[in-house]
Design a protein around this ligand. Structure first.
Ligand code: ADP
Length: 180
């Protein structure tokens, strides 16, 4: 089996090296902050590529429901991206591993799949949540994410294809190692 594709019956997890803003999927997941601000990293790239419609919808969501807690996910429009929705998932900041970081990271992936499923979507692209500015150790995060994605995909009714889009070679290689 090629390690960049994990087949689960009719479902698929594919590891891709690249820029998530170039993905053509039903939902692109954003590794967000609690208040859905544009910020830097993958979040800044997604806001820039999506244009003002996304930022405006994010402000509306914030006004409606207030900040996210780690592990939560909410959907907005996707603006100019090649997607129907952006799902904003809040990963944990790494504090050494004793503050339920793994649980919050798993919830961020699980709740994103659940939300996509509730919206009737079939394909979804994730970045490597929490492993940039939030400092979560990469190999550890990839294991938590892959385990969670595999289980969530088994329980999903409409979601059948998950892409994990890894921006740099080290991140891609580490996820590949975790998949093996
Ligand atoms: P967090 O705050 O959750 O750690 P970051 O945006 O800092 O989020 O980093 C998460 C991951 O997203 C990192 O591996 C970073 O290299 C990656 N990343 C940055 N820009 C992009 C992009 N355009 N597409 C996909 N991944 C990206």
């Amino acid at each position: 089996m090629i390690p960049e594709e994990i087949r689960l019956g009719s479902r698929l997890i594919r590891l891709v090296r690249g820029d998530i803003t170039a993905e053509h999927v039903d939902a692109i997941v954003n590794a967000t902050n609690a208040s859905l601000r544009a910020g830097g990293g993958v979040c800044g790239a997604i806001y820039a590529a999506a244009g003002p419609a996304l930022a405006e919808d994010a402000r509306r969501v914030m006004a409606d429901r207030g900040p996210l807690t780690p592990g939560e996910a909410v959907a907005t429009v996707a603006g100019d991206l090649h997607a129907r929705y952006v799902i904003h998932a809040l990963g944990p900041v790494w504090h050494g591993g004793e503050q339920s970081e793994a649980e919050a990271l798993a919830n961020a992936y699980r709740n994103s799949i659940k939300l996509a499923d509730a919206l009737g979507l079939q394909s979804i692209a994730f970045p490597s949540i929490s492993t940039g500015i939030y400092g979560y150790p990469l190999m550890n995060a990839a294991h938590v994410a892959l385990r969670t994605l595999r289980d969530a995909l088994k329980n999903a009714t409409s979601v059948r294809e998950v892409h994990v889009v890894l921006f740099d070679q080290r991140t891609y290689d580490t996820w590949l190692g975790a998949a093996r």
